[in-house]
Design a protein around this ligand. Structure first.
Ligand code: 5AD
Ligand code: SF4
Length: 446
């Protein structure tokens, strides 16, 4: 009988894409996707440990499967991803949840199939975590979940060691894929009709440094965009310390590259930025986005911001609010600092009480939302181009994003998924836009 899998993903786009790789491995073993945990013959947890709440969710959800496993002992449970990669975490998981069949890490995801084979021949759980990253193993990603958008890793790991961040510890040092591998994957996706490619890396600006700098990130963009056809290219994440003129020129040179840059600032106080080991000041950050907007006037910027970092005072926090106003972000992902064991910041004196963190994040979110709403209102009456990516059954509307990442909804009798559609915005609500199709069927047929 047909075997089914269910993957539970926590965390960022990098993880969502890695879940596609896991799905590819399971497809190759004859599994198909299940829509519910209950019907699955294997459940895989792809975990994240960047903040404590993501980790707590994973622990809670894995623990909840204890009963399920008792009544269905033949069904498999595997746990992988960043959480398992922390020192001692795999052992803790095995002790706490002895019913888990396979535990794997970030560096040996490609071996999941082999680990499942090993498990088939024994009762005890299989635990395999590599302490060190190995060489990149190119894998054909046979299963993608987000047509017409596709993610492409350009590099793995991070060398920056921001003092709050666990990523360099669980994902290892920077390793760039070869330009041939990246360009080959992008070309094959475009050949298969994908319309939007997002290049992924923790710090895309340092792409190629570990390969002797033969091809830099801007050069990689030039190579990808030499293909003369309509598609959208995005990338994330850029680190402001390495964001420079070459990259701005590459964005300006190619119509395929979206005029939206995700540039995490984290904080507006120079003292806090220094403690975070971010290697730029608020002024330098603002100068960089000014340079970007001078060259590309319609270019928009999104960011990540953290509140409640150790020793953050009300005055420091005010500087974050000021920076948010000055930078005019299109939107911002906001986080409460989470103490991650093993990081430099976890050892710092002056950890901020939870009530203070909560009160600050509420003020920050309010400001960010007000700015985002203001930008939505400016869309009224405008015509924008959406890449249609899905159909919302509840709303009975198609949806997709514009170049700047704004979600737009529209009604149509035809299936428009995978097409660029021009819509005129009639209404806005919060962050989303509602429009009517401008390119009518008659026009298209004629
Ligand atoms: N606590 C809270 N947020 C964090 N981030 C990274 N580490 C932490 C942490 N310990 C946030 C940063 C980063 C985003 C991906 O997650 O803002 O840019
Ligand atoms: Fe973490 Fe900083 Fe690396 Fe981003 S650049 S993954 S925040 S260490």
């Amino acid at each position: 009988m047909n075997k089914k899998y269910f993957i539970v993903t926590y965390g960022c786009q990098m993880n969502v894409h890695e879940s596609e790789k896991i799905a590819g491995i399971l497809h190759a073993r004859g599994y198909t996707e299940s829509l519910s945990e209950q019907d699955a013959d294997i459940i895989v947890f792809n975990t994240c440990c960047i903040r404590e709440n993501a980790e707590n969710h994973a622990y809670g959800n894995i623990g909840a499967l204890k009963k399920y496993k008792k009544s269905h002992p033949d069904r498999l449970i595997a746990v992988g991803g960043c959480m398992t990669q922390q020192p001692g975490a795999a052992e803790k998981l095995r002790r706490k949840f002895p019913f888990v069949d396979v535990i794997f890490g970030t560096h040996n995801l490609e071996d999941l199939g082999e680990l499942l084979d090993r498990k088939a021949n024994r009762r005890k759980s299989v635990v395999e975590i590599w302490e060190q990253e190995g060489k990149i193993r190119e894998q054909d990603i046979a299963y993608r979940t987000s047509y017409p958008n596709a993610w492409v890793n350009i590099m793995y790991g991070c060398n920056n060691f921001c003092s709050y961040c666990i990523v360099p510890y669980v994902r290892g040092r920077e390793r760039s894929r070869s330009p041939e591998a990246v360009v080959g994957e992008v070309n094959s996706l475009l050949d298969r009709g994908y319309k939007e490619i997002t290049l992924l890396g923790q710090n895309v600006n340092s792409y190629g440094n570990d390969r002797g700098g033969e091809v830099s990130f801007p050069q990689l963009l030039h190579q990808i965009c030499s293909r003369d056809e309509k598609f959208r290219l995005r990338f994330m994440t850029s680190n402001p310390k390495d964001f420079g003129v070459d990259l701005v020129e590459a964005i300006a040179a190619h119509p395929q590259i979206c005029h939206l840059v995700h540039l995490p600032v984290q904080a507006g106080s120079d003292r806090i930025l220094r403690q975070m080991n971010r290697k730029y000041t608020a002024e330098e950050y603002l100068k960089k986005i000014e340079m970007l907007r001078r060259r590309i006037p319609d270019c928009q910027v999104t960011t990540d911001i953290m509140v409640g970092f150790p020793t953050e005072t009300e005055e420091d926090f005010q500087k974050t609010l000021e920076l948010v106003k000055a930078a005019d972000f299109t939107t911002a992902f906001t986080f409460v600092y989470s103490r991650r064991s093993g990081t430099v910041a976890a050892q710092m004196d002056g950890q901020i009480p939870e009530e203070v963190q909560k009160e600050r994040i509420m003020r920050l979110v309010e400001l960010v939302n007000a700015q985002t709403r203001e930008k939505s209102v400016a869309y009224r009456g405008q015509t924008i181009e959406i890449l249609c990516e899905d159909f919302d059954e509840k709303k009975n509307l198609y949806l997709g994003r514009d170049e700047y990442g704004r979600m737009g909804y529209f009604a149509d009798r035809r299936n428009r998924i995978g097409e660029f559609v021009r819509i005129k915005i009639a209404e806005t609500s919060g962050v989303s836009l509602m429009g009517t199709v401008e390119d009518t069927e008659e026009k298209e047929q004629g």
